[in-house]
Design a protein around this ligand. Structure first.
Ligand SMILES: O=C(O)C1=C[C@@H](OP(=O)(O)O)[C@@H](O)[C@H](O)C1
Ligand SMILES: C=C(OP(=O)(O)O)C(=O)O
Length: 437
């Protein structure tokens, strides 16, 4: 896993130009390995994200007795062991930096005959797990946490689970997915209701694996005791990774980028709507479907942006894109206001605090509130920013520097490899000023 020892120096390059292939979607990649492992038969995954988070998930399934081949980069062949075929691992299962990995696995492993221990890196070890352990315990699971509900998770297998009808307290696709995975093994029906619809990859993919699951925005329902049938998965390009280039090309004069065949699941594209409200020039071309998901080329050209009040209803649909949004806001005309985004405080870092601190270090005024803040744009100066070991904060400031007056040193960027390996190479190729410090 990342050791956090790498820094970047970023500065204004030229206009951003060219056609970029963005790596595979992280959410879809995690799930494709999990469901392929549980299926009867062999599943091939194309476009698998070669990131540390998703590789950690694949390594965990190897520890659980699943054969996974890597015939070439971004391709996996998963030899499914069937719904009851996982075997106890020898040691702890290391989810690395991945909240998605740990929370989904908590649901899945709570239903196995054997015990498991889930651990993570320093950042993941500070992230709240009660949001999954509490509803899972209502289903009959036994999971011990550290105090305050923190990892490691010590999961006691061999429990008989019962389905529940549960309304999520926070809009979280990870919690929903953990309950649905446990629900596959539970007696009776599991129903998950959401305060606001979240990404539905678990539902769509279970369906592709032959599970009878009913879902609509805000609701998912399945019966326990079903089997999964192997299927091939085509992973679309990750919108959350594309987001950094959407903002970079929007703010750097004379830029024009084409981002090829990016996943446009409506539960992921809140940033597209927010940027368009700000005046961004982003056009969708060559629409198609890829692995059952809508995709299109995104053609983005520089455009003058103006500040907005980000509609609260958009927050869950752009939950990972706020670091990028803050940078767009920093370069807009007029203030941008964010509300209803307290969840950002429990991601890989406290993203509201990390973005406010970083932008202040570059000369901006940011008024932070418990669930958001107001960004007052101004010309960015050079300076030193701490990414807090958070991949999305690091990439956001690499983008910010493309319009700064001086050099920006970004500390602790190795974690970019968790979601977007090769970001720096792609960014340089497109015209960004970005080098290892
Ligand atoms: O289910 C998923 O794949 C994810 C759900 C979101 O987390 P929450 O469920 O905590 O909102 C998101 O932030 C994360 O990057 C991926
Ligand atoms: C929050 C994120 O991921 P996870 O929860 O899987 O660590 C993210 O990628 O921004």
């Amino acid at each position: 896993m990342s050791d956090g020892s790498l820094d970047w120096m970023a500065s204004a390059g030229g206009p951003l130009r060219g056609t970029l292939e963005i790596p595979g979607d992280k959410s879809v990649s995690h799930r494709s390995v999990m469901f392929g492992a549980l299926a009867d038969g062999v599943s091939t995954i194309d476009g698998f994200l070669e990131g540390e988070d998703t590789r950690a998930t694949a390594a965990i399934f190897s520890q659980l007795g699943v054969r996974i081949e890597t015939p070439s980069p971004s391709r996996r062949i998963v030899h499914g062991v069937g719904i009851d075929g996982l075997q106890a691992a020898d040691g702890a299962l290391d989810c690395g930096n991945a909240g998605t990995g740990m929370r989904l696995l908590a649901g899945l492993l709570a239903a196995q005959r054997f015990d498991s221990v889930l651990v993570g890196d320093a950042s993941l070890s500070k992230r709240p797990m009660r949001r999954v352990t509490e509803p899972l315990s209502k289903m009959g699971a036994r999971i011990d946490t550290e105090s305050c509900g923190l990892p490691p998770l010590r999961i006691h297998g061999g429990q008989a689970l019962t389905g529940i009808d549960y309304t999520l307290e926070v809009a979280s696709a990870q919690v929903k997915s953990a309950l649905l995975l446990a629900g596959l093994y539970a007696d009776g029906e599991t129903v998950v209701r959401e305060p606001h619809p979240t990404r539905d990859y678990t539902e769509r993919m279970l369906c592709a694996f032959g599970v009878d699951i009913e879902f609509s925005p805000g609701l998912a329902r399945l019966r326990g005791g079903q089997r999964l049938r192997a299927t091939d998965i085509a992973v679309p390009a990750d919108f959350s990774s594309a987001a950094f280039f959407l903002v970079a090309a929007s703010i750097v004069p004379a830029s024009e980028l084409r981002l090829k065949q990016v996943g446009l699941n409506p539960r992921r594209t809140g940033l597209l709507q927010a940027l368009r409200m700000m005046g961004a020039d982003i056009v969708e071309e060559n629409p198609s479907t890829h692995g059952g998901e809508p995709v299109a080329d995104l053609v983005v050209r520089h455009a003058p942006l103006h500040g907005i009040e980000v509609p609260e209803a958009l927050v869950p649909d752009m939950i990972d894109e706020f670091p990028a949004l803050f940078i767009a806001a920093a370069h807009a005309q007029g203030a941008t206001v964010v509300r209803g985004a307290a969840e950002l405080r429990v991601k890989e870092s406290d993203r509201l605090a990390a973005m406010a601190k970083g932008l202040r270090a570059l000369g901006l005024q940011v008024d932070e509130t418990p669930d958001g803040g107001t960004i007052h744009p101004a010309e960015l100066q050079g300076g030193v920013v701490d990414s807090q070991g958070d991949h999305r904060i690091a990439m956001a400031f690499a983008v910010a520097a493309q319009r700064a007056r001086g050099e920006v040193r970004i500390g602790d960027v190795a974690n970019v490899a968790t979601s977007f390996p090769g970001f720096d190479v792609l960014a340089r190729g497109a015209g960004c000023g970005l080098a290892e410090a």
